[in-house]
Design a protein around this ligand. Structure first.
Ligand SMILES: [Zn+2]
Length: 399
C-alpha cells in the first residue's frame, strides 16, 4: 500500500466518521428533512402552513425539532389585528424542542450550561449581553430582529417562529438548555417569567413580606401563575378576585387561601368589604392587578390598606384609560405603585427553578394547559383563545 492509497483510505474512514458523527448518532433516528412546515400568518385571522427549506447549518447555528409552543396574547393580537404591521410573519415565541443538529462551535447555552444533540431548549426574546435588560429597554433602543423568534418577520431564514415543526436558531441567539423540565413546564416558562418579574418588581417596594396579606385580581393564566409564584416564595395569605367561579376554584388549588367572586357584589364598596372580610377584617398589604380591564385598575386601590403597595401588570397592550381619584386612592393612602412589563433575562433563568419548586410543592401549574392544537389547527387555536375557552392554549407537534 503506497502513501496515496493510505491517504485515500484515511480519507474514506474520516468521511464515514463524518457521516456518523457523534452528534448524528446521539440524535437517535431523527432524520433531518430538507424542508420544514411553518404556520405563517399570511393575512388577518389567517394562518397558512407553508413548506420552507431548512437552510445549511452554520458553525454557530442550532436546528431544533419543535415539540410545542404556547399561544400568547401577543400572537392572538397579531392574528386578529396585525397592530405591529408584521404580516407575513412566523409567530410563536413560547416554544421548546429538541436539538437535532448544531454547528461545531456550539458548546454551551446562554447560561454556560453544556449543549448537546438531544437536549431540550427554549429561546428568550431578551438578549444575553445584559442580563438585566428588559423588553422596555430593547424597545427604547429599537433593537430587534436577529435574536427574536416568533415575533418579527425575517426575510432570510423563514424558520424563525415556534409554530412550526423545525426552528433554525442562529448563532448568538439567547437559548437555554432546559432538558430537566418536562414538555408542559417548558411551554409555560415564558408566561411564568412575566410573573417572576412582576413579583421582583413588587419586592422593590419593601412592602411584600412573608406574612403579607396579598390580593390578586384576575384569575386568568397570569393571575393564577401570580398566585403560584407568591406561594413558592412563602406568601401564605392570598385572596383571589375574579368573576368566574371555576377560575376561583383553580386559584385556591394554586395556593389562594380565600376567593371573592365580584359577580356577587354590587358596587365597589361592597366588593372591597368582601375582600376585607376575606382577610379577617383587614385590607390587603399588597395587590397584584392581573386583568386588562381599566375598571379593574380603578377598583383595586379600594382593596389596599393605607401605606400598602400595588403592582399593575395587566396591561401588556394599551387597554384604554383608567380613572382614579389621586387624593383618595393614592396620596392620602400613601400607596407605593410599581408597573411591570415582560421580564429580564435573569428572571427567565430564575423561572426554571420556580417551575421545579412549584411542582415540588404540589401546585397544579401544568393544569394551566387546557387545549392542545396541531400545526394545521392554528386558526382554531386562536379562536379558542379569543372565545376565552380554557386557560393556556398550546401548539404541540404530537397530539
Ligand atoms: Zn408570550
Amino acid at each position: 500500500m503506497d502513501e496515496n492509497q493510505i491517504a485515500s483510505l484515511v480519507q474514506k474512514v474520516l468521511e464515514q466518521m463524518g457521516n456518523q458523527s457523534p452528534a448524528a448518532s446521539s440524535a437517535g433516528n431523527t432524520q433531518i428533512p430538507k424542508t420544514a412546515r411553518v404556520a405563517v400568518l399570511t393575512g388577518l385571522k389567517k394562518f397558512e402552513v407553508k413548506e420552507d427549506p431548512i437552510p445549511a447549518l452554520g458553525d454557530d447555528d442550532i436546528l431544533v425539532k419543535v415539540e410545542g409552543c404556547g399561544v400568547c396574547g401577543t400572537d392572538v393580537h397579531e392574528w386578529r389585528n396585525d397592530p405591529f404591521g408584521l404580516i407575513p410573519v412566523a409567530l410563536g415565541h413560547e416554544g421548546t424542542g429538541e436539538i437535532v443538529a448544531m454547528g461545531k462551535n456550539v458548546k454551551v447555552d446562554s447560561a454556560g450550561k453544556p449543549l448537546k444533540i438531544g437536549d431540550r431548549v427554549v429561546t428568550c426574546m431578551i438578549f444575553k449581553d445584559n442580563p438585566d435588560i428588559t423588553m422596555f429597554d430593547l424597545n427604547k433602543q429599537n433593537v430587534g430582529g436577529a435574536d427574536v423568534y416568533g415575533l418579527l418577520p425575517d426575510d432570510d431564514v423563514h424558520l424563525n417562529g415556534w409554530f412550526s415543526d423545525y426552528i433554525f436558531i442562529r448563532g448568538g441567539s439567547t437559548v437555554f438548555n432546559v432538558s430537566d423540565l418536562d414538555l408542559d413546564s417548558r411551554m409555560l416558562i415564558e408566561p411564568c417569567a412575566v410573573l417572576v418579574h412582576a413579583v421582583e418588581r413588587a419586592k422593590t417596594t419593601g412592602i411584600l413580606r412573608f406574612n403579607s396579606r396579598v390580593v390578586v385580581q384576575g384569575c386568568g393564566p397570569i393571575g393564577l401563575i401570580c398566585i403560584a409564584v407568591l406561594r413558592t416564595m412563602g406568601i401564605e395569605n392570598i385572596t383571589a378576585v375574579d368573576g368566574n367561579e371555576q377560575r376561583l376554584e383553580f386559584a385556591k388549588r394554586m395556593g389562594a387561601t380565600e376567593s371573592v367572586n365580584f359577580m356577587n357584589y354590587k358596587g365597589i364598596e361592597a366588593l372591597a368589604g368582601a375582600v376585607e372580610k376575606a382577610f379577617g377584617g383587614h385590607l390587603a398589604d399588597f395587590a397584584f392587578q392581573c386583568t386588562g380591564s381599566p375598571a379593574a385598575h380603578s377598583n383595586i386601590y379600594k382593596f389596599i390598606r393605607n401605606g400598602g403597595g400595588l403592582c399593575e401588570l395587566g396591561f401588556f397592550i394599551n387597554g384604554g384609560d383608567a380613572t382614579i381619584n389621586p387624593h383618595f386612592d393614592m396620596c392620602s393612602k400613601e400607596i407605593t405603585l410599581v408597573g411591570s412589563w415582560v421580564y429580564t433575562l435573569r428572571d427567565y433563568a430564575t423561572t426554571f427553578d420556580f417551575l421545579k419548586r412549584a411542582i415540588a410543592i404540589g401546585l397544579p401549574i401544568k393544569e394551566l394547559i387546557t387545549h392542545r392544537f396541531s400545526l394545521d389547527e392554528m386558526n382554531e387555536a386562536m379562536e379558542t383563545n379569543v372565545a376565552q375557552k380554557g386557560l393556556k392554549i398550546v401548539y404541540v407537534s404530537k397530539k
